[in-house]
Structure formats: C-alpha cells, structure tokens
Design a protein around this ligand. Structure first.
Ligand code: ADP
Ligand code: MG
Length: 694
C-alpha cells in the first residue's frame, strides 16, 4: 500500500525495525513486541513511567531511612550465606559507620566480584533499616569511580515486561535516540517561545533523562496536534465531498415490531440521524451511550432508513463474537420488515463455509443483501457493494476512530457514518478522540432497569460465592464468572481461567463453558452460542465478554481479583448483567493485599452505576491513563499525552490546528510541510492521504 512508500525519507531512521539494533536477537524481539516496540520510533517514545531520584551523601547519617542514595564506601568483609540466609557485605562510610549490603541467591556471585574487601566503591541504592543495622538490599549500581554514577542521580524507570530488564531497554533506547534525525519545527514559533519548549529531538532526549515537564509537554502537544489536524482534515474533506441524501419512506420502520417502546433519548438520536442523512454532505456522527442504553436499536433505525431509500447499510463490529450477536439480534428485531441481512467475518462461518461466503459477496454486489453485519472483513478488497450508503461502526471504545472514518471516505460516493461508543468520556476528551464530529447522547436508560446489586467480597469466602452460584443455576438462572487477564501474565492468567473452569465444571457439570482470547475461534463461537441460547448456564471468561455481549437472562456476575481491573473495564463488564427487568447481582472478589486506592475504587463500584461518574472518579484516583484505555488495550488514540496534558493542552492544539488549516489548508507552506511530517510521525498519515484527494 502507498502509505509507507509516501513517507518522507527524513523519517526512515525512525521507522527502521528494532531488530536491526545491535544486540537484539530473537530472545529480545518477543518481549519488545509485547510492549509494542517494533520500530526505533516506538523505542524513542517509550517514555519512563517515573524516575528514581538519588542524592549523593557523604555519610550514612546524612541520609534518611528509605532514601535512594549514592555513597562512597570502603568494603570491609564478606559474610557468606549460611543455609537460606542472604550473603552480607559489610562496608563503612567516611566516618566509620557500617552499612550492610545484602544479596539473596545467585546475586552473591556478583557481589564478590564487584566488592573486593579493602577497596573503595561508589554504591547506589535504597537505604533501609534491618533491626539495628542499616542495609542496602541488592544495590542498584556499584562503580569504582563516582563519575560513573553521575548519570544515575535521576534514573528512568521504564514500563517493562517479562524477559526485559530496565538496563537492557535503557541501552536500546539510547541507541534509538542516537539515530533520531533533527526534524523541521511544526509548532507555531510564538507558542514554542511562550511555553519555553525545546525542539523535538531535544525534548525526546530530555524526557528520558529527567522528569522534565517542558519536554514531556512538548511531546504530548505534538501528539495532540497531530490528532487535531488529522481529524480536521477528515472533517474538511467531508464537507467538500458529496454524499447521497437518503430519505426513507418509513415503510420498513413501520413494520418493525420491537418488544419495547423507544426511550426519549433513542427517539431524539434517531431524529438527529435521520436529519443528517437527508443532507447532501455525508453524516459524521457519534452516538454516545453508556452500556445498556440501547444503541443497537438506534443503529437499526438508521440502517432501515438507508434501505428504505434504496441503498445498502453495513454494521462494523470490533470482534467476531459481537458481529455474530448483532447479526442474530438484528435478524430477530427486523424479522417483520422484510429486510435482507447477511453476516460476513474474517473466516468462513462454521456452518456455511466458502459457499455461503460466496453467496454473500454476490448478494452484496447485486444488491439483494441490503444490510451487512461483520468485522473489518466487510471492507476488505474483493468485497464490493452495489450501493453502500451508510456505515455504522460499533466502536465499543476499541477502534481508533479516525482510521475507521477513512473507510467511509474511500467509498466511491461518500457513505454516511455513524460511530457508536460506550466509553463514558467527558466533553474535552470527546473532542480529542472524535474531533468535530456531531454527537448524539443516549442519556436515558430504558425503563424498568433495576440497579445492579454490587458487593465486594474477600477472596477467602470463595466457597460461599460458589455455593451462591450453585443456587442461582439451580433456579434456572445464568451467570458469568470473569477471570482477570493482563498482557504481561497472559499464559498464567489463561491457566488460572482454565483451572477455574475445570473446578466449576467438576462441581456443576456440563453446563459450564469457557471462553478466552487464545481459544480457537470456532470453539469460542460454540461456547458463546451455547451460553446465549441458554444451553449452558455458566460462562467462565477472561475479558473477551467485555465487548457488548447481550444475554438478558444472565443476571449474576462474579469477578475474580476485581482489584486488577480498571474501573472503566469493571463498568463495561458489569454492564453485561442488569439488561433485563430481573434483579441482577455483581460480586467483586478482592485479594488480600489491597491498597487504599484499590479499596476506594471497589467501593465506588458498589456506590454508583453512572459511567461518567466512575470515569471521573477513576481519573481522580489514578490519573487518567485508563480512561482512554491506554496501557490496557494498547490501541487508543494517545500514547504520549496523559489526561492532565490532554486537559491542559488539547484546547491549544485544537485552536492551533484550526488556524493552520485556515491559513494553509493544503499544508503547502514551510510549516505545513513540517506538519505533514508530524502526521507521519504519529501515523496519522490517513490525514495526509486525504489531502491528495484520497
Ligand atoms: P448498548 O447500548 O450497550 O449496545 P443494547 O443495544 O445492547 O445496548 O441494549 C441493551 C438491552 O436493552 C437489550 O437487551 C435491548 O433489547 C434492550 N433495550 C434497548 N432499548 C430499549 C428500550 N427502549 N426499552 C427497553 N429495553 C430496551
Ligand atoms: Mg452494544
């Protein structure tokens, strides 16, 4: 594809593969990939989480217990480990006070080499108290010359994963930074001066050296500017291009026989969408509504409008499971309308296989299929539509929305686009993620929903919980059992989920299913299907069920090690129950070592079901990353900017981008050229592609 080949040569060193660096073999490639670090650019932008600040002290008495220090010591003697005890090295400061350097296990080996008795050494580490003695356990650094530790007074602490040490990644980042070229300045000179920000390369280097706020801000601003600009380019192009005005006659909607009346919020959203679709300019609208607010019914109305007007509509789902579920739901809801619906996913369906796929492709081409549901496969080459005029993206906070918008821009005539999200994000962030899209909000829940009875329970009461699940199942209810899943511990987590499944199955028999991310797709489907049909009563799952599964009869959810989940994620998960009119329960099992913040967060879950409130409180409690899903999914709008920076700097970036667009919409001036480089740097080059006329 043209994207990479069009990239300015200047940026080539940034996009060189990490595997080309000295010392990166297959053993390192895997952990690097797990962190999403495949190119030099990624390494350079792998910024420290924090820094360990160290102070040089002349004497032990000058340091506080718990402090990270650098100190000159004379090594006195080694006391070898006896049995299970540690290896101890006694050393003395300039005033003769003794500190014990403590080594466990194999580390004793290096202690002998690095600390010869009688020699003077510089030691960096954390000073602790052990009984009456002062000690440093596993010193961070030891050097014979103080200058070797000069660079360690503020040592970066990087996000790591199994198989990667801080020292290793520090060295790789050093190599990557060395390869960074100087780039032309894209920030407006006046702003740069006012803020006192360094240039791009300087900022990158500084951000790895010390907690330099100006440097971090500049890098965050770059990212925010790239996003603002890219979305404005989409928007500007959208305005100048013609879509097809769609005016439905209401015939199909009249035959729609929903088992409920629409809420006021749903009706308002549908009216806004209908008005948009009648315009010549293509719709670009975001439908925002908390889990369970009824977005699917709104989407169905929008799609029927398109079909009534003689066109086709497509619904894009983030996962296979969800695509199947939407397909089933829409078929049921729209049964009386006569609309033809098909499903298209990445692989042949378990039942239909290649022939069914072929039939679907033909139906799309000749127009006999009016409504298509599927995963990203619905936009692959070889999928041709007779007259696709509406694309609904069930975004479920998973997709980078900009890229998806591109899909609608690429159609021969521009399709109307409705993006749906359940992410409860405050206004400022809506702007950040979705730019200047029009927004409809479902701010009203369907009637009759009962609050979900949420309880926090100590993990050692798990037997009681299992007994409770047993009673629930015996009474004909269905339940979810959720096991935690984090990237770093993936295989351990899956093993734990499998063990839990085996135990529950031994107890409750065959009606217990398991789904997790590493299961074969057809096995996953089969399990989900049995649960959705009610053939299975209990679904043990890792977080794959988070995305929108709808089984109203499931009214009990147990979440193991709830403290390991983000609040936003817990909220999404809990949204799987409480979907019918029955009373629902959510049990949050908590581990023993729970921090104060952890305690507060779980208490909050008990207190409220308001997604916005949870998002905001979570922000207060832990400062943001999770809100946009950062660090959780690795697939979000922002990797550099944190929440505080978004709140402070996004409005500035937004104005700046607008000004630049007004003056130089084609990005042809010197600064415009630099801005193009910025877009490539942050891989918002779909914006640049639009400039070339798509
Ligand atoms: P989400 O916004 O999370 O995608 P869904 O569209 O899956 O929510 O709807 C959640 C549940 O609420 C579904 O079971 C759906 O049938 C039901 N529902 C939707 N709209 C209404 C309504 N107006 N009244 C009652 N139930 C509704
Ligand atoms: Mg949904």
């Amino acid at each position: 594809m043209g994207i990479t080949t069009m990239r300015p040569d200047l940026l080539n060193p940034l996009f060189a593969q990490v595997s080309g660096l000295a010392g990166v073999g297959p053993g390192l490639a895997r952990p690097l990939e797990r962190l999403g670090l495949t190119r030099l650019r990624d390494l350079a932008y792998h910024l420290p989480d924090r820094f360990v600040a160290r102070r040089v002290v002349a004497r032990l008495d000058d340091a506080a217990i718990g402090e990270n220090i650098v100190i000159g010591l004379t090594v006195r003697e080694h006391r070898a480990s006896t049995g299970r005890g540690p290896h101890r090295v006694l050393a003395e400061d300039s005033s003769g006070d003794i500190v014990q350097l403590t080594y466990f296990g194999r580390a004793a080996h290096s202690a002998r080499k690095l600390l010869p008795p009688g020699e003077r050494r510089w030691v960096a580490g954390r000073l602790d108290q052990y009984g009456q003695t002062r000690q440093i356990v596993h010193p961070d650094h030891i050097a014979s010359d103080s200058s070797e530790l000069a660079g360690q007074l503020a040592e970066p602490v990087y996000p790591l994963t199994v198989g990667l040490t801080g020292a290793r990644i520090g060295a790789l980042i050093g190599q990557a930074l060395g390869a960074m070229p100087a780039l032309p300045e894209w920030i407006e000179p006046g702003l740069l001066a006012r803020q006192g920000w360094p240039g791009w390369r300087e900022a990158l280097i500084a951000a790895h050296k010390s907690p330099d706020r100006a440097a971090r801000d500049r890098l965050a601003y770059d990212e925010l500017l790239a996003q603002s600009l890219a979305l404005m380019l989409v928007r500007a192009t959208n305005r100048t291009r013609r879509g097809v005005p769609l005016r439905g006659d209401g015939a199909m909607r009249a035959r729609l026989d929903l088992p409920f009346a629409l809420t006021g919020a749903q009706s308002r959203a549908i009216a806004e969408i209908e008005a948009d679709m009648q315009q010549g300019a293509p719709m670009l609208r975001l439908l925002q509504g908390d889990v369970g607010s009824g977005k699917t019914a709104v989407a169905l109305h929008a799609m029927l409008i398109a079909v009534e007007a003689g066109a086709q509509a497509a619904l894009l789902a983030p996962t296979e499971i969800l695509a199947r579920q939407h397909f089933a739901t829409l078929q049921r809801m729209a049964a009386g309308t006569g609309v033809t619906i098909a499903l298209l996913t990445g692989r042949g369906s378990a039942r239909g296989g290649a022939r069914a796929r072929e039939a679907t492709l033909i139906g799309l081409m000749d127009g006999s299929i009016q409504l298509l549901v599927g995963t990203h496969a619905i936009f692959q080459d070889g999928v041709a539509y007779k007259n696709l005029a509406l694309v609904v993206i069930d975004e479920q906070h998973r997709f980078g929305v900009g890229q998806r918008l591109m899909l609608t821009q690429k159609a021969r005539t521009i399709a109307h686009c409705l993006a749906m999200t359940a992410t409860p994000i405050p206004r400022t962030l809506t702007l950040a993620q979705y730019g200047e899209m029009d927004v409809s909000r479902l701010d009203e829940m369907p009637p009759g929903r009962q609050p979900i009875d949420t309880r926090v329970i100590a993990a050692d009461r798990i037997d009681d919980v299992i007994a409770g699940v047993g009673r629930h199942l015996a009474a004909g209810g269905q339940a979810y059992w959720v096991c935690p899943m984090v990237r770093e511990l993936e295989s351990e987590d899956i093993a734990a989920a499998e063990a839990r499944h085996a135990a529950l199955k031994a107890r409750f028999g065959d009606g217990v299913e398991l789904v997790h991310g590493q299961l074969r797709p057809d096995a996953k489907d089969a399990a989900m299907d049995r649960f959705a049909r009610g053939a299975a009563g209990l679904l043990v799952a890792t977080t794959v069920i988070e995305v929108g599964v709808d089984v109203p009869n499931a009214t009990l959810m147990v979440i193991e090690q709830a403290e390991r989940f983000g609040l936003a994620q817990l909220h999404q998960l809990r949204g799987r129950v409480g979907r019918g009119s029955g009373k629902s329960t959510c049990l949050l099992l908590r581990g023993e070592a729970l921090s104060e913040t952890g305690r507060e967060r779980l208490a909050l879950m008990r207190e409220t079901q308001d997604g916005f409130r949870l998002a905001e409180e979570d922000l207060r409690l832990r400062g943001g990353g999770e809100l946009l899903g950062t660090r959780q999914s690795g697939d979000t709008a922002f990797r550099v900017a944190d929440f505080d920076q978004i709140a402070r700097l996004l409005p500035v970036a937004h104005d700046d981008a607008r000004l630049l667009m007004e003056r130089d919409g084609g990005l042809a001036s010197t600064r415009g050229e630099a801005a193009r480089i910025l877009l490539y740097l942050f891989e918002r080059d779909w914006g640049v592609q639009l400039l070339r006329g798509g």
